[in-house]
Design a protein around this ligand. Structure first.
Ligand code: FAD
Length: 436
């Protein structure tokens, strides 16, 4: 392949890989996908341990097969199925069903009283524009004089879906916008059959098959050259590479910090990117020698703040036969990420939660505990959808940014893939019309 590409995409996470698939299939454009790490996937990777398949990052597939990841898989012609998964709230020692595998099951939900469910549904249907996103979960609850049922539900959903228990900062609009999508598409979440590895493999095989996409690992995008503010190429791995367009597919803070843009980004824009905050969480995977539960739903708890999922019930392939894989996630303040005493205490609380929720103390074969960045930009009110950077980097021709920190709608991995879907026609249009 010559040292000139239509597009250089930097970052081979869900966003970068999805865009590489969308642009390179049918041989439309030549794509160079750069990845600074030693393997593709970013926060979308699977680690094998003692016969268990552990998700490194993305766990639940939001909006199931009807979400953006399902859409990209269909574009790959992949047969991987994403099976629907329900959601439940753990309250007063019981797991209460909320959204089931099908939307209609909401009629049997036990989390909200009928009046609260109507209020929740109406907020989801009317979420629109900045004011809806700027109101925090606490602010919305105060303004709507909500009962305890609505309060605990919104808090639990904020933990499970927005990855934060800062209800005074979390955007209520992001939650309602997600549920508007759930109402439209009829499914809240899912999990791929066989776990996430077949999904990653499907994306990688598709880009390889296209023959117009090259992936370079261990190669960091260092500089974007844009004389006269029009992209002409990049410097990566010590090499200058010509490119018609450049797409940065990593959290926007890195564009402001680690990558040199020549000429530099305007100070105000750079400051805006670098001040965006990420979400941080404590993640635990536990391999059990015997199953403790047949529960298939993803459970959210407020105290301790946690998401809890017996993921091998959703896809038996991720645990050896007769064993069970549990996943936990608990949001924490980023200042606490190195506080060992705090992490040990929260871990203990989460273990008690398993015993309480499933009525059994697990017989653990192993436990993996990690504290890591979850979402590139946590959906706080001031950095929710309307406040996020757009895909087009302003002031430059041919420079774009995608990933789970941009204004494309959605949350987590679904947002990352959606940003690629939204970016595809923008990049294609730019490449097709940039003559002169
Ligand atoms: C433990 C955990 C649990 C999660 N659970 C869920 C969940 O249940 N559901 C959900 O939807 N989401 C979940 N998420 C979030 C989800 O994983 C992310 O939203 C998604 O993977 C982000 O994809 P991305 O492509 O935007 O970014 P990334 O995955 O971060 O990819 C960016 C890539 O860019 C590379 N890179 C960075 N800088 C450069 C450079 N200068 N040059 C070249 N390459 C570069 C990085 O190495 C990385 O591979 C979870 C995340 C974690 C960590």
């Amino acid at each position: 392949m010559p040292g000139r590409y239509d597009v250089v995409i930097a970052g081979a996470g869900i966003a970068g890989l999805s865009l590489a698939v969308l642009l390179s299939t049918e041989g439309r454009y030549s794509v160079l996908l750069l990845e600074s790490g030693s393997a593709p996937g970013g926060r979308f990777r699977v680690v094998e341990r003692d016969g268990y398949l552990l998700d490194w990052g993305v766990h639940a597939c939001l909006l199931g097969s009807r979400g953006a990841i399902g859409n990209v898989l269909r574009r790959c012609g992949s047969p991987v199925r994403i099976r629907p998964a329900g959601m439940a709230v753990f309250r007063d020692g019981r797991l209460l069903p909320f959204v089931g595998e099908r939307l209609l099951s909401v009629l049997g939900q036990k989390v909200l009283k009928a009046a609260s469910l109507a209020r929740f549904g109406s907020a989801a249907l009317t979420v629109r524009g900045k004011p809806s996103y700027d109101i925090t979960v606490s602010g919305w609850l105060g303004r709507n004089r909500s009962g305890e049922d609505l309060e605990s539900a919104l808090k639990a959903l904020s933990i499970g879906l927005l990855a934060t228990d800062r209800y005074d900062r979390a955007s209520a609009g992001e939650l309602f916008a997600f549920f508007r999508q759930v109402m439209r598409r009829g499914v809240a979440a899912g999990y791929p059959e066989g776990g996430w590895r077949p999904v990653l493999d499907a994306l990688l095989e598709t880009v390889k098959r296209s023959r117009r996409c090259e992936i370079r690992l261990n190669t960091r995008l260092g500089r974007v050259m844009a004389p006269g503010n029009r992209v002409e190429g990049v410097t990566a791995g010590g090499e200058d590479i010509e490119a018609g367009a450049v797409v940065c597919a990593f959290p926007p803070q890195s564009l402001a910090g680690e990558v040199n843009i020549d000429p530099p980004l305007p100070d105000e824009y750079r400051h805006r990117l670098s001040s965006l905050e990420e979400s941080v969480g404590l993640c635990i995977e536990m391999g059990l020698s015997r199953p403790v539960t047949g529960e298939r739903r993803i459970a959210f708890s407020v105290d301790p703040p946690a998401l809890l999922w017996a993921v091998s019930n959703a896809s038996p392939a991720v645990a050896p036969p007769g064993k069970q894989l549990l996943q936990f996630f608990s949001p924490i303040d980023k200042e606490k990420r190195d506080d060992r005493a705090f992490i040990a205490k929260r871990t203990g609380e989460l273990l008690e939660l398993v015993a309480e929720a499933f009525g059994a103390s697990p017989d653990e074969e192993f436990r993996r505990v990690m504290v890591t960045t979850i979402g590139g930009v946590v959906p706080f009110a001031g950095q929710s959808r309307p406040h996020r950077p757009g895909i087009d980097v302003p002031g430059y021709d041919g420079l774009f940014i995608i990933g789970d920190g941009v204004n494309a709608g959605g949350l987590g991995g679904d947002l990352a893939a959606r940003s690629a879907i939204v970016a595809e026609p923008m990049v294609a249009d730019y490449l097709d019309n940039r003559a002169g």
